[in-house]
Each structure stands twice: as structure tokens, then as C-alpha cells.
Ligand binder design. Structure first.
Ligand SMILES: NC(=O)C1=CN([C@@H]2O[C@H](COP(=O)(O)OP(=O)(O)OC[C@H]3O[C@@H](n4cnc5c(N)ncnc54)[C@H](OP(=O)(O)O)[C@@H]3O)[C@@H](O)[C@H]2O)C=CC1
Ligand SMILES: Nc1nc2c(c(=O)[nH]1)N=C([C@H](O)[C@@H](O)CO)CN2
Length: 250
């Protein structure tokens, strides 16, 4: 095992929402890199059992539950002395127009995308600071936001507002934790479709950017890798949007 890898052995990477898609791809990348991984899941699936079998510390937590979030934080504080990084990936992509009342929808969006990352950052910052001291380099907080944090959304208004709140956390925590901990956002526009997305929806989404491709979850993995390897980026957003900001509205 390389010296770098041995250094990271006592410094796990905490990824929220690791049960599928980007979160799961991030876990696999860090496991392949020799990093110990902690993850959270809301839904118990066979994937969670497979992750446990690979040695991933899987903690069940629904971020709409105060008790679950408190338990998550206490379990990490109780079992670890350091953290190499926290990657806030967990997200609930809910739109207006469903059965949920507006008050409940905006509460839920802010609980999942802002309140939980905020509480976790405050409580777990000492572990990130401890690992930075041992490793002799900054540790990281990464907030996975969304292109719509800057632009708003027609059908996901509450979701977009909460992702803007999440992006703002990067500014405050970057300032507060520098130079020992870097804090950045990664803002995808489109990473991957859902299996049930029909052709019309897919084409409409692809046409929103000028590169017009579905990059896949590895685009997100590569972005996280860049941010963690950077020695000179904090309080910033890495946009993964295919040039959507340059698209001409038809
Ligand atoms: N996919 C894309 O094209 C884009 C993605 N993004 C962002 O990238 C990130 C990853 O996207 P993607 O992989 O598609 O995300 P998914 O929606 O597929 O998965 C998100 C994860 O968050 C977890 N989660 C959802 N609600 C809660 C909750 N209440 N409490 C705890 N965990 C919860 C889910 O847990 P479980 O499965 O256990 O229920 C799931 O594993 C997200 O932050 C997303 O907003 C931004 C723009 C585009
Ligand atoms: N938590 C999630 N957030 C988002 C998702 C998703 O699947 N889960 N998907 C998108 C889409 O890519 C959208 O941007 C275009 O289809 C946005 N956020």
C-alpha cells in the first residue's frame, strides 16, 4: 500500500446518498483508490448490503428526520478521529405540482439540501481539521449543487432554492475553515438520465446545453477528484453544464 494510501487509511471519506448513481460511483472510485468510505442511505437495498460486504460503513439516515441526522453525526463522532473529506451528494429532486403541500415541499428541500449539510459541517469540522494536521494538507468539504442554483427552475422552484442555499454554505464554510479545510461546490446541469426518461424528455434536456451530451456519473467523479487534488481552490463552484449558459433560447 502506498505511503499516501497508508496516510489516508485513518482518514475516511464520508459520502451522503451512496446507494445509487453518482454516490455509488464515488464510493467505488474511493474504494478502488484505497480510501475507507462511510456512506449514508435512506432506502435499504441489496446495494447497501453489497457495500457493507466491501467494508463500507453504511449508516441509515433519512435527512428529513431530526433524530436520524443526530444519530448519523453521533455515530461518526463516536467512531472516527478524522475525515479526509465530506461529500454532500444526497438529494431529493422533487417538483411542484405533486401531492405535497408547498410548505412541506420547501421544508423538505431545505432539510435535505441545506440543514443537514450545515449541521454535519459544524459538527464534523474538527475531524476534517484533525486529518489535515496529520496529513499535512487541506481536507475537503464538497457540496454537490446544481446549475439551477444560479438560474432558478420552472418546475423545481423549492429544489433550486435549496441548492442555492447549499451553494451559499460553500462560501461561509470556506471562509471559516481556511486554510485547513477547502470547501467547494460542484454544479452539474445534466449528469445522467433516469431509465424511465422518454426520448422527448431526453432530447429536450440535451438541447439545453451546447455540447448536448449526457456525460454520465464519471463526469461527477472526475470533478470530485479534481477538487480534492487541488491546492488552490476554495469557496468556488465547478460547473459541469455542457456550456448551457451559452445556449441561445429558441
Ligand atoms: N443526475 C443528474 O443529472 C444531476 C444530479 N445533480 C445532483 O448530483 C447529485 C447526485 O445526483 P443523482 O445521483 O442523480 O441523485 P439521485 O437522486 O439518484 O440519488 C440521490 C441520493 O440521495 C438520497 N436521498 C434522497 N432523499 C434523501 C433523504 N430525505 N435523506 C437521505 N438521503 C436521501 C437517495 O437515497 P436512497 O437511494 O437511499 O433513497 C439517493 O441515494 C445530487 O445532489 C443531485 O441533485 C445535479 C444536476 C443533475
Ligand atoms: N437528486 C437529483 N437531482 C437532480 C437529478 C436527479 O436525478 N436527482 N436530475 C436532474 C436532471 O439531470 C435535470 O437536471 C435534467 O434532466 C437535476 N437534479
Amino acid at each position: 500500500m502506498s505511503e499516501e494510501c497508508q496516510e489516508d487509511l485513518a482518514h475516511p471519506i464520508l459520502i451522503t446518498g451512496g446507494g445509487r448513481r453518482l454516490g455509488l460511483a464515488l464510493i467505488q472510485f474511493f474504494l478502488d483508490s484505497g480510501n475507507p468510505v462511510i456512506t449514508t442511505y435512506r432506502t435499504h437495498t441489496v446495494v447497501v448490503e453489497e457495500l457493507k460486504a466491501k467494508g463500507v460503513h453504511c449508516i441509515r439516515a433519512d435527512f428529513t428526520s431530526v433524530a436520524d441526522v443526530n444519530h448519523l453525526i453521533q455515530e461518526v463522532l463516536g467512531e472516527y478521529q478524522g475525515l479526509r473529506a465530506i461529500i454532500h451528494n444526497a438529494s431529493d429532486w422533487l417538483s411542484e405540482g405533486g401531492e405535497m403541500a408547498p410548505y412541506d415541499l420547501i421544508q423538505r428541500m431545505w432539510q435535505v439540501h441545506v440543514s443537514t449539510p450545515y449541521q454535519m459541517n459544524l459538527a464534523l469540522a474538527p475531524l476534517l481539521q484533525a486529518s489535515a494536521k496529520v496529513l499535512g494538507k487541506p481536507t475537503d468539504i464538497v457540496h454537490i449543487t446544481d446549475y439551477v442554483a444560479e438560474k432558478g427552475s420552472d418546475k423545481h422552484i423549492a429544489y433550486a432554492s435549496s441548492k442555492a442555499g447549499l451553494a451559499n454554505l460553500s462560501l461561509s464554510f470556506a471562509s471559516q475553515l481556511a486554510p485547513v479545510v477547502k470547501v467547494n461546490s460542484i454544479a452539474p446541469s445534466l449528469l445522467m438520465f433516469h431509465q424511465d426518461d422518454d426520448e422527448e424528455y431526453r432530447q429536450k434536456a440535451l438541447n439545453k446545453s451546447i455540447l448536448s451530451v449526457e456525460p454520465g456519473e464519471q463526469e461527477g467523479v472526475a470533478a470530485v477528484q479534481y477538487v480534492l487534488n487541488s491546492r488552490y481552490m476554495t469557496g468556488r463552484t465547478l460547473a459541469l453544464d455542457g456550456g448551457r449558459h451559452l445556449a441561445r433560447r429558441g
